[in-house]
Design a protein around this ligand. Structure first.
Ligand code: GLU
Length: 300
């Protein structure tokens, strides 16, 4: 499986083209995800008469008439809230809306709740949200508290530095450096566990780390490369992504533990969507020129 990488690889481009062809050949619908040919509107329809029998979360969504989805709000390209309009955009947001549509909920029935990395498990277990879509890596530790549908995307830990930095080119250069990441994230845990000579600085969000990088408080920001590419793209004159991804991060949809009916329903939406995933990718992260394939779901 290919990870989301900064470099464009000719072989991968060919593989993606082949995949796009085979996906359009089989077409297909699933979980209410009917494909349409228009590029302007969403590449799926809001499903009708949905039932997810045995799902307490779905029962609560139906009773309340809306779905509360946990997301990120400061990660351009993935989960981003426009301060002026209040509108959310990005790959994760589109995936979240696609899943909502497959459950029968249109955009106006969605309430997005911005929740930082460290608070995701508690937001799910407390019932503050119905599901979470926000650069959320599937890990065995998190699976002790919650369940994951997916994965729906694969990336890996990377590094963001100032444009004029020439001392950090890969993770091997982090000794003696001060690296910033978000509390409760897999990248901060990896640095603490495997880079003993590296100093760490933590904030709730990655945008706070980016500010600390720009002000010279830290030498690098580390998190998933897909996230860092979004920050670098916003300020290409002052920031750059360096090195290759040095972990594998598989993004899942966070759900209440043991809501197996909902987990299987979302996995079916992701699996049976035909070209929906590719269209969502192309209009969001794919705008940077990168090409990746939809990963297979893990129906554990
Ligand atoms: N994917 C990693 C994680 O789930 C880093 C990104 C994030 O904090 O959302 O911890």
């Amino acid at each position: 499986m290919k990870t989301f990488s900064l470099r464009k690889k000719p072989m991968l481009l060919a593989a993606t083209a082949a995949l796009a062809l085979s996906l359009s050949a089989c077409g297909g619908t699933g979980g209410g995800g009917t494909s349409t040919s228009s590029t302007d509107e969403a590449p799926y329809k809001v499903a009708e008469n949905v039932s997810v029998s045995g799902s307490p979360t779905f029962d609560a969504i139906k009773a309340g008439g809306k779905v509360r989805i946990g997301v990120k709000q400061d990660q351009p390209g993935l989960g981003f809230k426009d301060a002026a309009t209040g509108e959310y955009t990005g790959f994760d947001i589109e995936i979240a809306q696609w899943i909502a549509a497959s459950l029968g909920l249109s955009k106006d029935k969605i309430e997005f709740k911005p929740i930082p990395s460290a608070s995701r498990e508690s937001a799910i277990t407390n019932g503050d949200i119905d599901y979470y879509v926000g650069t959320y890596s599937i890990t065995d530790k998190r699976k002790q508290q919650i369940d994951f549908a997916g994965p729906y995307f694969v990336t890996g830990q990377g590094l963001l530095v100032k444009k004029d930095n020439s001392t950090i080119t890969t993770e091997k250069d982090l000794s003696g450096k001060n690296v910033c990441s978000a509390t409760g994230s897999t990248p901060i845990q990896n640095i603490k566990a495997n880079f003993p000579d590296t100093k760490t600085t933590e904030f709730d969000t990655y945008s706070q780390c980016v500010e600390a990088l720009k002000s010279g408080q830290v030498d690098a920001v580390t998190t998933d490369q897909a996230i860092l590419i979004g920050y670098a793209a916003q300020e290409p004159d002052s920031l750059k992504v360096v090195g290759e991804p040095f972990t594998t991060e598989k993004y899942g949809v966070g759900l209440k533990k043991d809501d197996t009916a909902l987990r299987q329903f979302i996995n079916k939406t992701l699996t049976d969507g035909g070209s929906v995933w590719q269209k969502i990718y192309d209009k969001t992260l794919g705008q940077s020129g990168t090409k990746v394939q939809q990963p297979a779901v893990d129906n554990y």
